[in-house]
Design a protein around this ligand. Structure first.
Ligand SMILES: Nc1nc2c(c(=O)[nH]1)N[C@H]1C(S)=C(S)[C@@H](COP(=O)(O)O)O[C@H]1N2
Ligand SMILES: [Mo]
Length: 511
């Protein structure tokens, strides 16, 4: 049997394994999907700096990258399994069995899995082994002596392997579509009419958006809002299935259903969320009106012990964040949010409920698909990112960004308006200054024009009118001053352990 046929047989066996397990997993849901479990385990086991590199390099496409990598690794292992499989020495089959067992272990190790969830992987593994045994059995080639020479037995074998490969791919696609149909909460979300808001967010004053310059919109559309999380498949949690358990250092444990929440006052808040992984000049920051219930009210219902100093929140897929209790209970009104810009939360932003805490990076506060709040202490518990090298506290740093000009842009000689955004929640932005340097020398810091302030928990847009008269390369740099009088530092710090510092600069040319 030629090596290419062996490799093809191995890959066909892997495809059958994946296809069969996807089909059997469809009715059971994401918790029974071994690829998902293995991918999530890989994410969890990846060292912090490598994760950070993936976020920096691929941004929101980091999961696509992981999926492609996993498929490549599977293909290589499958080729090796095919090459090693012999009629009497089934090394390839043993490899498939080992992979299936590893898949079962990964499935069982995920939050919320049950023993039934290993069935698809076991069935898939068995199917893969039978496929590989069949293709290497010689059943398709041995008969050749008796048959007319016109069907080349090698060709017959390759066609059979290709056919099985195609079936495997088809099974994977059908399984994925079927699973989405059965488990998607898109309909549940579409049917959700949020209750009446008792205290709407104050209206946006005129003048928040600088005119005549294409800076980021003051309110970020839900569709444009950055998304960062460790979820390989977006958790599908219906309002009926959702519960929030509040426990730990409390007077009495409480569990709320979604309907139970209506006993609390629904309030709206405009809050700018920021990711600790946002590099200087990056776009992992967004501003939205969040509607929800004050976490303070929910915690009060359970009665918090005075010794607790952390709220450890957990999502349905096992992500955790450790938030200082005062950030959850003081008058910044941290929310268990159920709406975003007047819509039910988008599924990828945490439907049906998530946390929104003004002033703290998302990794220590903004748990999406949140189902559990444990009152505990910083000396007893840690959130997801802390053991990976991130700081246990994550207050948002004073930052500013240039949106116009874009890097490398040509600016015609004459008057031009530049602009961007600055944030320092919960302190608020007091001033923004820009400096324009050219080969002729370093320019002075000059005040930018600030858009109207909405609140200290939201970003502020700025613009700067400039007369471009000297052709050639230029660099614009920005710095913000927050309401404590602190001027954004020029010292560069990496995003690890607690957020980047430094000043954003953009090179452009006057032409
Ligand atoms: N369940 C869950 N919630 C999560 C995360 C996560 O990985 N899983 N990531 C956090 C991080 S790091 C950030 S910056 C915010 C991002 O929220 P967004 O995706 O809605 O912008 O979500 C937070 N909530
Ligand atoms: Mo983040």
């Amino acid at each position: 049997m030629p090596a290419t046929t062996r490799i093809l047989s191995g890959i066909a066996a892997a495809a059958v394994t994946l296809g069969l397990s996807a089909l059997v997993a469809a009715p059971l849901g994401a918790s029974a999907d071994a690829r998902n479990a293995i991918g999530s385990t890989v994410i969890d086991l990846t060292p912090g700096p490598v994760k950070e590199w993936a976020i920096q390099t691929f941004g929101t496409a980091d999961k696509l990258f992981l999926t492609v990598m996993v498929l490549l690794i599977i293909a290589v292992l499958a080729a090796v399994a095919g090459l090693l499989e012999r009629r009497r020495l089934p090394i390839g089959s043993v490899m498939i069995a080992a992979a299936a067992i590893a898949g079962c272990v990964a499935v069982l190790s995920r939050a919320g899995s049950t023993p039934v969830d290993v069935i698809p992987t076991a069935v898939g593994g068995l199917g893969g082994i039978l496929t590989l045994r069949f293709l290497t059995s010689g059943r398709l080639t041995d008969g050749s002596a008796h048959e007319a020479a016109e069907t080349d037995p090698g060709r017959r074998l390759s066609l059979a392997a290709l056919g099985l490969l195609g079936l495997g791919v088809l099974g994977t696609a059908v399984g994925a579509m079927w699973s989405r149909r059965v488990h998607s909460v898109a309909d549940d979300r579409a049917a959700f009419a949020p209750p009446k808001v008792a205290r709407p967010a104050p209206p946006v004053p005129p003048g928040v958006q600088p005119p005549g310059v294409d800076v980021t919109p003051f309110v970020t559309d839900n569709a444009d809002f950055y998304r960062i999380d460790t979820a390989l498949s977006v958790p599908q949690l219906s309002r009926d299935a959702w519960r929030l358990r509040i426990h730990g250092m409390v007077d009495g444990e409480k569990t709320f259903s979604f309907a139970d929440l209506e006993q609390f006052e629904l309030v709206e808040q405009m809050v700018t969320l920021a990711c600790v992984s946002n590099p200087v000049g990056g776009d992992l920051v967004g501003n939205a009106v969040w509607g929800g219930y004050r976490i303070r009210d929910l915690l009060a219902a359970a009665g918090v012990s005075p010794d607790a100093d952390m709220v450890l929140s957990e999502s349905s897929d096992g992500f955790t964040a450790g938030t200082p209790i005062e950030a959850m209970t003081d008058d910044r009104d941290s929310l268990l949010a159920i709406t975003m810009n007047g819509q039910p939360l988008p599924i990828e932003h945490g439907y049906p409920a998530r946390l929104v805490v003004p002033g703290l990076y998302g990794y220590v506060s903004a748990t999406k698909w949140v189902v559990d709040l444990e009152l505990t202490r910083f000396d007893r518990a840690q959130g997801y990112w802390t053991p990976l090298g991130w700081s246990e506290r994550g207050p948002i740093k004073t930052q500013s960004r240039i949106d116009v000009p874009r890097s490398g842009q040509d600016v015609p000689v004459g008057p031009v308006r530049f602009g961007g955004v600055a944030w320092a929640q919960p302190r608020g932005v007091r001033a923004v200054e820009v400096r324009i340097d050219s080969p002729a020398g370093e320019g002075p810091w000059q005040p930018a024009t600030l858009g109207a302030a909405y609140s200290d928990d939201t970003w502020r847009l700025w613009s700067f009118d400039w007369q471009a008269d000297e052709a050639g390369p230029h660099t614009i740099t920005v710095r913000a001053t927050d309401n404590t009088g602190y001027v954004q530092t020029s010292d560069w710090a990496s995003v690890i352990p607690d957020g980047a510092t430094g000043r954003h600069s953009v090179d452009f040319a006057v032409v």
